[in-house]
Design a protein around this ligand. Structure first.
Ligand code: HEC
Length: 133
């Protein structure tokens, strides 16, 4: 299932940045970002999951790719369903581990997707994020 994402970019009003929000098919935003580095609770949880699983060992500290591909580029084309399938099953022959026995990853896979999609869309401007204050 491919979802159309509408990215409303933050506009600057008198020096105050409005949140950037990507909207999926339903009403719930996929992520909300303020100033490029502050994110909603779920997206922050995705960042924590990325850290806990240490995906950066292979995909780079800024998701830019190392032995594994750049997830900035991958998530421009990979559907959410394919993302989930790749994580669950891995691609063992090519060096991507399966995460289906990792509860932390599987229970937070939607949040992980939201975080990485925000990075790929350019709405989140650096890997390290904090919660919206
Ligand atoms: C041990 C190294 C390693 C780790 C750790 C790892 N990956 Fe990967 N990953 C890879 C490699 C290598 C590929 C490319 C597989 C291929 O060529 O099809 C890949 C592919 C992927 C893809 C598919 C990219 C595409 O363009 O199809 C996604 C999404 C992904 N990884 C996400 C993650 C996430 C999220 C984590 C952490 C939970 C993670 N990976 C941890 C090595 C790793």
């Amino acid at each position: 299932m491919t979802r159309a994402l509408i990215l409303s970019l933050a506009s600057l009003v008198a020096g105050a940045a409005l949140p950037a929000t990507a909207v999926s098919g339903d009403d719930k935003p996929l992520y909300t970002v303020v100033d490029g580095t502050q994110v909603d609770e779920a997206t922050y949880n995705g960042f924590k999951t990325w850290r806990a699983a240490a995906c950066d060992r292979c995909h780079g500290p800024n998701q830019e790719g190392m032995v594994g591909p750049s997830l900035i580029e991958s998530l421009k084309v990979l559907s959410k369903d394919d993302f989930k399938k790749t994580l669950a099953e891995g691609r063992m022959a090519k060096g991507m581990p399966a995460w289906n026995t990792n509860e932390k990853v599987m229970n937070n896979i939607d949040d992980l997707y939201a975080y990485l999609k925000g990075r790929s869309d350019g709405a989140i401007t650096q890997a390290k994020v904090s919660k919206i204050k």
